[in-house]
Design a protein around this ligand. Structure first.
Ligand SMILES: Cc1cc2nc3c(=O)[nH]c(=O)nc-3n(C[C@H](O)[C@H](O)[C@H](O)COP(=O)(O)OP(=O)(O)OC[C@H]3O[C@@H](n4cnc5c(N)ncnc54)[C@H](O)[C@@H]3O)c2cc1C
Length: 459
């Protein structure tokens, strides 16, 4: 495949400085020490840290498409402290100390992405401007405030989480109707595809083999099998996130939920004077149906909303730009910044995030078989994949560290329900979240819809 016929799955891919030229596929039999399936951040960071620690370790990454083709090249670029399911861990007195250490490790992962990408000379537009979450209805504000107070109670400080009243919030971002909100400095905005592609090139230059256009269809102890080749390796690591359901026996392990994004044309100074976002903080509002945005290095707004599940764990990598999902995303952006009504939306894209049944991510490794697997970030994997990469590196090297003691190590979630229950149940819960949001926006009580949504979905 040449650069000409590689189809960009996102705005980020289509604005890379260099065109993507797919690498050669895996053909025939080969032997490595570590074989990794999937060249997203998880696979790439795992290879990165293994290579740093053991430069002699023979590492191969086998990728179905091209490095960064999945969520890692398409995401909202929030390199953030978020860790799906941390609230439950923090709330459990028996797990609290370890959960606090895990959360601090996530803060550090945000910085580590900056440090490591700088050391590898990867310019991924990293800007640590923090994250702003607005409460735009009284119930949203109350929920945010409760979350903030709980975090302070758990021992986090003002340097980690800061409460902003409406005026203080408006100094940073003028989001329409913001009554106040939460600010954390532990977030950087990045250009996601630049990071993924930069990591792949860096690793290749350091001797890591990357085979592309090579879907793996079987993973066993000591061997992975792709369409036209096979690798034998002492350690075989599955880093396939939203695509995991395509592998035999894993249909119900991780649900591919789609997140949809749009990008505006570059916006003039007059707009930025009006809406703020100086220093490129990422932004969101605290509705149930997740939103996320960033000001890019070239002064666009990118913005996303989450929540499309296709029957039978269907996965979409390309989308009709006229589909209703994008209209919804655009109208959510205009709710936050009504003055952008006339601004052109230049790009529309989406992709699958991976969600486990309990919304908890995992890093699994069995030292007896050498088989490992990581995933289930539930849309919060940009910084978490870096932490996962370091953790998996230590597990592969059979080391015991603080990182390998965290609750997600060898955590196992139960499977999702079979269809049609999965489709019916999950979409019903998502719809209830939207109804609850809509009710609260109109000043009504979210009622049972809100409670059901909160019982099933980790924010
Ligand atoms: C639109 C969108 C917005 C998001 N926004 C954010 C955000 O702002 N912040 C945040 O923290 N997270 C965000 N996420 C989630 C984040 O991008 C992911 O959690 C993270 O990138 C996961 O990295 P990964 O390497 O595990 O998976 P992926 O990047 O999905 O990589 C998996 C790779 O494995 C390959 N693969 C799969 N199956 C096989 C196979 N059988 N054989 C060979 N290769 C295979 C795929 O082609 C893919 O390249 C977003 C995701 C999406 C889709």
């Amino acid at each position: 495949m040449s650069a000409e016929n590689f189809r960009s799955p996102s705005f980020w891919h289509s604005t890379l400085d260099e065109p993507i030229v797919p690498r050669a596929p895996l053909e025939g039999d080969a032997q490595f020490d570590v074989a990794i399936v999937g060249a997203g951040y998880t696979g790439l960071w795992t290879a990165y840290y293994l290579n740093q620690r053991e430069p002699g370790c023979r590492i191969a990454i086998v990728e179905a498409d091209v490095a960064g083709f999945g969520a890692s090249g398409r995401n909202g670029g929030w390199c953030a402290y978020y860790f799906s399911g941390i609230d439950a861990l923090l709330a459990d007195p028996d797990q609290r100390q370890s959960a606090l250490a895990l959360q601090r490790a996530m803060f550090d992962a945000v910085d580590e992405v900056g440090r490591a990408s700088t050391a590898a000379r990867i310019d991924c537009d990293y800007a640590k401007g923090g994250a702003l979450v607005a409460g735009r209805t009284p119930p949203d504000l109350e929920r945010l405030r409760e979350e903030y107070e709980e975090l302070i109670e758990f021992g986090f400080a003002e340097e980690d989480f800061r409460w902003l009243d409406a005026d203080a919030f408006a100094e940073r971002a003028r989001i329409d109707g913001a009554l106040g909100g939460l600010y954390s400095p532990h977030c950087a905005a990045i250009q996601p595809a630049k990071l993924a592609c930069g990591l792949a090139s860096f690793l290749e230059a350091r001797g890591v083999r990357i085979f592309e256009q090579s879907p793996v269809h079987k993973i066993e102890k000591g061997v992975l099998t792709a369409d036209r080749g096979r690798i034998r390796a002492e350690n075989v690591l599955r880093c396939t996130e939203g695509y995991t359901c395509r592998l035999p026996g894993l249909k119900r392990a991780i649900m591919p939920l789609h997140s949809m994004m749009i990008a505006t044309e570059p916006l003039p100074d007059s707009v930025w004077k009006e809406i703020g976002l100086h220093g490129r903080p990422t932004f969101a509002d605290r509705r149930r149906s997740v939103t996320y945005g960033q000001r890019t290095a070239d002064d666009r707004l990118t913005f996303g909303t989450r929540g499309h599940y296709y029957y039978g764990s269907g996965i979409r990598d390309y989308f009709d730009p006229d589909s209703a999902g994008f209209a919804h995303t655009r109208s959510a952006l205009l709710e936050l910044f009504p003055s952008l009504a006339e601004v052109e939306i230049t790009h529309r894209w989406g992709g699958p995030i991976g969600v486990t049944r309990d919304w908890a991510p995992f890093v699994q490794f069995d030292p007896r078989t050498g088989l490992g697997a990581v995933g289930g970030y539930a849309g919060n994997g940009v910084a978490a994949a870096n932490l996962a990469g370091r953790t998996l590196m230590e597990l592969v090297l059979r080391e015991t560290t603080e990182r390998t003691s965290f609750a997600w190590v060898n955590h196992a979630s139960r499977n999702w329900e079979p269809e049609p229950l999965r489709w019916l149940g999950f979409n019903a819960v998502l719809a209830m979240g939207q109804r609850a949001d809509a009710a609260e926006q109109k000043g009504r009580d979210a009622g049972v819809c809100g409670r059901i949504f909160e019982a099933f979905v980790a924010h």
